[in-house]
Design a protein around this ligand. Structure first.
Ligand SMILES: *Cc1c(COP(=O)(O)O)cnc(C)c1O
Length: 349
């Protein structure tokens, strides 16, 4: 079978074939939906006419999202996860062979979708785990760029860029600047307040992390109405299914619950960091993060990763010396710590 070279080299995304009892690899929320909200979801889903196509513009859902983030409804488009929106942004704004400026390391899906679309990825190394806005500007001025994209705070470095720096970047480039705020629920530097003044800013939001709805696949792009309209033009007509639309409407109205989720997840991460910090020896270093995951730098990353797997604990290995551990429930964190210290103590490595 003859395939285009950029497609030929791909492998299916399937990070964990087996289900592990303690799953701390994907930055999901550990908080179960409270029964009262679950009942509201069940009631809303029961009303969905399954024989009908969904609302292609997800009107009610986008209105709920607009209200939640304080923007106008025509400045929001919903996607089948923010993942789909990343692909749509590249389709909409980057011509064949165009340049996408990506900070390195960052979320792998940016380069993945850029590659699939045969765009040119320009990788700009991070300084101390933070996107280097000066490097974006230099590269943009020297060779041009069709789109700049980075996560803030960043997956996987856990570091973020402050709003002021994003504003300065926006003042110096004209191409769309996509700020992926998948983890902004755990930090306080959202760029949403800049949207009104910078029409080339686009912000991605997801329901997969703090909101605890990774399973329904729902994300949003917020931006200037004209650019959001472009995304609406290129998206597939029924990209967000009816069930997801009604569940999204329910959850976005549960502001108190979502605030509690954010606080509990941050607390869990801090406790886990503290536990690891208190017992840290020369084996590893706790890298501070602004996200819902703990980052450990250790020369034994590979052995620890494998040892943890054997103990039924799945985390993510990043590069050769980093482990990314999602903040879990008390029990999950305890399982992780027990296995982790056991591996270190018994010098299984
Ligand atoms: C998890 C994550 C997302 C969320 O993707 P969805 O498709 O909305 O589940 C987006 N960006 C980054 C950087 C992430 O880590």
């Amino acid at each position: 079978m003859k395939l285009p070279p950029n497609i030929e080299k791909l492998t299916p995304y399937d990070p964990a074939l087996i289900r592990y009892p303690v799953k701390l690899d994907a930055n999901e929320s550990f908080i179960p939906m409270p029964e009262t909200i679950r009942q509201k979801i069940v009631a809303a889903v029961a009303e969905v006419p399954l024989n009908r196509y969904p609302d292609p513009m997800a009107t009610d859902l986008c209105a709920a999202a607009a209200d939640f983030w304080g923007v106008a409804p025509n400045c929001v488009v919903a996607g089948n996860g923010s993942d789909e929106l990343i692909a749509l942004l590249l389709t909409a704004f980057v011509p064949h062979g165009g340049r996408v400026l990506i900070s390195q390391p960052d979320f792998s899906m940016y380069a993945f979708y850029a590659d699939v679309q045969e765009a040119v990825c320009v990788f700009l190394p991070k300084t101390d785990g933070t996107p280097d806005c000066e490097a974006f500007v230099r590269s943009y001025r020297a060779d041009g760029g069709d789109l700049i994209i980075f996560s803030n705070p960043c997956n996987p470095t856990g570091q973020g860029v402050v709003t002021q720096e994003i504003e300065s970047l926006l003042q110096r480039v004209d191409c769309p600047v996509v700020v992926d705020e998948a983890y902004m629920d755990f930090w306080k530097e959202s760029a949403v307040s800049l949207l009104a003044r910078y029409p080339h800013l686009i912000i991605l939001k997801t329901c997969s992390k703090a909101m605890g709805l990774a399973g329904i696949r729902l994300g949003f792009a917020l931006g200037d109405a004209q650019r959001i309209d472009v995304l609406k033009k290129v998206k597939s007509p029924f990209n967000v299914n009816s069930i997801t639309q009604v569940i999204g409407c329910v959850i976005l109205q549960e502001k108190d619950f979502l605030a509690q989720c954010r606080a509990r997840i941050i607390q869990s991460k801090q406790t886990l960091e503290q536990t690891l910090q208190n017992r840290a020896g020369s084996d590893y270093r706790v890298v501070p993060t602004q996200t819902n995951f703990v980052l450990l730098q250790t020369p034994k990353a590979t052995q620890l990763y494998t040892g943890l797997l054997t103990a039924g604990v799945l985390v993510r290995k990043i590069g050769h010396d980093l482990l990314r551990i999602t903040a879990g429930s008390e029990e999950e964190n305890a399982c992780f710590c027990e296995a982790f210290f056991c591996i270190l103590k018994e010098r299984i490595l």
